[in-house]
Design a protein around this ligand. Structure first.
Ligand SMILES: [Zn+2]
Length: 610
């Protein structure tokens, strides 16, 4: 019914409107609802309420009051109940299995409900983390997006009325652990905080599995044991070597491993797993007769977990034992985790994509026949090792397409490892977060949504611009072609954009192309002097833009570019380089200059490609 006609029909209209009403949270620029939390609200529940209040304010410029559930006299309008309030009906509690203790490895831990009843909206999770997820998910329903952990990638719609239709959702992620690590720990505090926030906005896991450890054979069985127990150490080329891995078939190793696990779990009752993680590197896997009898190096790790588990899991039935499949142990095992056939096995296997000795999908499939609890570590870029490579625009879509396969093969958690360079591969990180929740999410639809929300006035050209990332990743175009086409589409986008937000996003990409342009020039530089000048420009750029989330700066500068300068000047005195000025005017000037370089066939275009 249309409003104009309805006004004429008076009371009858009002009745009809109520019967089929949308639920208003904000109406006519005034609050039309109250956010309600428990009078015993936890820190995360209060946080969830504050997040909702903040974003609803940013959407509508209206502040919705927050009240405690024991303060009914203050409730006005519709009620938005956050977390475990007295108002939550029993059917929602049952659905969310509120009072049930769920294993840490079960994705249901992060499930949440968004449900409307007559004049109420309920947002809550099985755990309080889930309540925060329910708020962010609800805000996404209103049109908010957190594509990147920086201003350019945040989308907040503007509305004077906020109204919702009937909602009845129970969401549960496909993986219990969803992590996206870009914690090089060297960027500015602003970008680190933004990264943390992005994790939560995209419903990634707040914490990793408790008790998960790095390589630790060397601390469980230190090398000092070699003097009295050379038999604990690996037999390599006929000799027991005092380093590398350990001789895992040795009963003394098993016995001391059990003692160490027991002691550690007593000290750390909060641990969910006890980790037996082989030492790093390729060296020192034991080749003694007893170890060979167990099987390959994957079998040897699993044998250790089973033997330790016989005692430890008896005493600590809620825990699991964690091992790693990496380097020489990245092989398909022939034995199974104890209890596998009854689906009661408790060995968590971390499998890393790098240095695998077996094609990765085969490896995961192989392990899925030995354990129901796998955890994939997917290194897009292994920090520290790849710093010297500044990286090109990249699309990691082909990696994301494996998530469904992972889910079907007992993978309970995924951890990707990369750099926080949102202009370079931000869309892939965002899509990864979405697919970690729902392996069946439609990547094409999500990409389109990204383009529509980022540039509502220039969606098609931005879609074409973003497609260049796939082209260069697939090797169909080189950096020169990427830049040439990139400038072409950015110029078209510039002519169409209408809002301040679009302008900021356009500047974000224009700045990024400027840096890639400098990288390109560095590849072409023929004299030391030319090279030196470009490097100084790059450093100046990275310093000036370090808070904008475009590219990581504080590792790139010392590890890549200062090293270049040292090499060029032969000195260790590094020049003071001022930060580049980043203003709208300056960005536009740079853009106009950069794009010209790729328009003609003269000059830079004639030189050798990178
Ligand atoms: Zn051995």
């Amino acid at each position: 019914m249309n409003r104009k006609i309805a006004l004429l029909s008076g009371i009858l209209f009002l009745f009809l409107l109520e019967a089929s009403a949308d639920m208003y949270l904000v109406r006519n620029k005034k609050p039309y609802s109250t956010i309600v939390i428990s009078s015993y609200a936890t820190e995360n529940e209060i946080k969830a309420a504050n997040i909702l209040e903040d974003y609803l304010y940013r959407i509508s410029k209206v502040k919705i009051p927050i009240e405690k559930d024991n303060n009914i006299v203050n409730f006005k309008g519709n009620i938005i109940s956050i977390g475990k309030t007295d108002l939550v009906p029993s059917d929602i509690k049952e659905k969310l299995r509120i009072d049930e203790k769920i294993s840490f490895i079960d994705p249901f831990n992060d499930s949440f409900v968004i449900k409307t009843t007559k004049d109420r909206l309920f947002l809550l999770g099985h755990r309080d983390e889930g309540t925060i997820f329910s708020v962010y998910d609800f805000l996404e329903g209103l049109g908010c997006r957190w594509f990147f952990a920086c201003e350019a990638g945040e989308v907040i719609p503007r509305m004077s009325d906020i109204k919702i239709k009937e909602i009845n959702l129970l969401k549960s992620p496909d993986f219990a652990f969803r992590k996206h690590d870009a914690w090089d720990g060297h960027r500015t505090q602003k970008t680190i905080d933004a990264e943390m926030k992005w994790h939560q906005e995209n419903k990634m896991s707040a914490e990793t599995i408790k008790g998960l450890s790095g390589h630790n054979f060397f601390s469980i069985w230190p090398e000092t044991l070699y003097k009295d127990h050379p038999e604990y150490f690996p037999l390599v080329d006929g000799k027991r070597i005092p380093y590398g891995q350990r001789c895992l078939s040795n009963p003394g190793i098993i016995k001391s491993g059990i003692e160490w696990a027991d002691k550690t779990l007593q000290k750390h009752p909060e641990y969910e797993v006890i980790s037996f993680i082989q030492n790093d590197g390729v060296l020192g896997f034991c080749r003694c007769e007893e170890c060979k009898k167990i099987g390959n190096f994957a079998d040897q790790n699993l044998y250790l977990a089973n033997e330790v588990g016989k005692v430890i899991l008896e005493k600590y039935p809620d825990k699991m034992i964690c091992i790693m499949s990496y380097f020489e142990s990245a092989r398909i095992p022939h034995i199974k985790a104890d209890g596998y056939d009854e689906n009661k096995d408790k060995v968590l296997v971390e499998i890393y994509t790098n240095f695998a000795k077996t094609p990765f999908n085969d490896l995961v499939q192989g392990w899925a026949k030995a354990s129901h609890n796998l955890f994939v570590g997917d290194a897009w870029q292994w920090f520290y090792w790849s710093w010297k490579n500044p990286g090109r625009p990249t699309s990691y879509i082909s990696r994301l397409q494996r998530y469904r396969f992972f889910k079907e093969n007992n993978v309970k958690g995924i951890r990707t490892i990369t750099k926080a360079e949102w202009a370079r591969h931000g869309l892939s990180r965002y899509l990864s977060a979405k697919l970690m929740w729902d392996v069946n999410a439609d990547i094409d639809k999500l990409r389109l949504d990204f383009c529509e929300k980022m540039f509502p006035s220039a969606t098609t050209d931005f879609y074409n611009f973003i497609s260049l990332y796939d082209e260069i990743t697939d090797g169909n175009i080189d950096l020169r072609e990427f830049l040439k086409k990139g400038f072409f589409f950015l110029e078209r986008i510039k002519k169409q954009i209408k809002s301040e937000e679009e302008k900021k996003r356009w500047e974000f990409y224009a700045l990024y192309l400027h840096e890639e342009c400098l990288e390109y020039k560095m590849g072409l530089a023929e004299t030391e002097k030319e090279k030196y000048k470009v490097i100084k420009d790059i450093i100046s750029f990275l310093k000036g833009t370090e808070d904008l989330g475009i590219l990581e700066s504080s590792q790139r500068i010392p590890v890549i570019y200062y090293e270049h300068i040292k090499h060029l000047t032969g000195g260790t005195d590094l020049p003071e380089i001022a930060s580049m000025e980043v203003s709208s005017k300056k960005i536009e000037e740079m853009f106009n200059k950069d794009k010209e370089l790729f328009k003609t066939s003269i000059g830079i275009m004639q030189r050798k490609p990178l």
